[in-house]
Design a protein. Structure first.
Length: 292
């Protein structure tokens, strides 16, 4: 049955209705800036990360764990939890880290004046260039990796803010919106599947920041881990994406990276904050709960 269109007609001038419903209504607002004062914590390591294990947050923790696995000691980091459902992203300290109030945000404490880096794609590119890793040196390969990094940054809002919002989070289902964004997400999955039919990784034969950026979003989608939409989107059809997803998921650094700043799921997979490599063995939620 086709849904009947409502009689809604936009007002001449939009006004903010704080009672608009939805899971994120309490923290969404049309203005920027801090809502409360709270200093940004700073740990002992060269890099200070402020994040949550959403797909965008996982990109950066995976990148950092991959760098450490390669032996880049300068990539040691403190990962501070920013719980966006509680509005932590609107603290004065976090707004100083990212005026857009979106996780993740990073400070590099090793520069003469600490360097702030925000937007997950910018952070991946910054770290790749700082450590000379996960971004090919050869001109065409480098450009191809950046192409796919930018593809992800431009495409994921249709998946998360578009499809995910209307399918999973909106206060009521809107057939037109779900159909529109489901069609776009399936087109994106087909783009990925076709590309991976002739390549091991997104940009060719080298694992790069392109894979690190795309995997937390589209890898999770084809494994049915976000929005509970796997059957709805027939994700089993994208066999090359699934092959690539499973291959990346087996990397030890990826397994560690997706645990950092995680506050949902199996307590053994949740490391709310990471301040030392040993925290993976001693400070996951299952162990902390047992200890108390």
């Amino acid at each position: 049955m086709t849904q009947t269109f409502s009689e809604y007609s936009p007002a001449t001038v939009w006004e903010w209705n704080t009672e608009n419903g939805g899971q994120f209504a309490a923290i969404n607002r049309p203005i920027a800036g801090a809502t409360h004062d709270k200093e940004r914590p700073i740990g002992k390591h060269p890099l200070q990360l402020y994040s949550l294990a959403t797909p965008n947050g996982v990109k950066v923790t995976v990148m950092l764990e991959e760098l450490l696995a390669m032996g880049h000691v300068g990539a040691e980091y403190d990962a501070w939890l920013v719980n966006i459902r509680d509005g932590n992203q609107f603290s004065s300290g976090f707004v100083d880290a990212n005026p857009n109030s979106k996780i993740p945000a990073l400070f590099d404490q090793t520069t003469a004046e600490p360097t702030r880096v925000f937007e997950s794609g910018s952070i991946l590119l910054y770290l790749a260039e700082k450590f000379g890793a996960f971004l090919p040196n050869e001109h065409h390969k480098r450009t191809e990796a950046i192409n796919w990094l930018m593809w992800q940054m431009g495409s994921a809002p249709y998946l998360g803010g578009g499809f995910g919002h209307f399918y999973a989070y909106a206060p009521f289902k809107i057939e037109y919106a779900i159909d529109r964004f489901a069609m776009e997400v399936k087109r994106q999955l087909d783009v990925l599947d076709r590309n991976l039919s002739t390549r091991e990784y997104m940009a060719g034969d080298e694992y790069s920041i392109a894979d690190i950026a795309i995997w937390p979003w589209y890898g999770a989608l084809v494994k049915g881990l976000i929005y509970e939409a796997g059957e709805f989107l027939s994700v089993h059809d994208y066999k090359n994406v699934i092959r690539w997803t499973d291959q990346i998921a087996e990397r030890p650094a990826v397994k560690r990276g997706r645990m950092v700043n995680r506050v949902m799921g199996d307590p053994a997979s949740q490391l709310h904050e990471r301040h030392d490599a040993s925290d993976f063995e001693t400070k996951t939620q299952d162990k902390l709960t047992t200890a108390t």
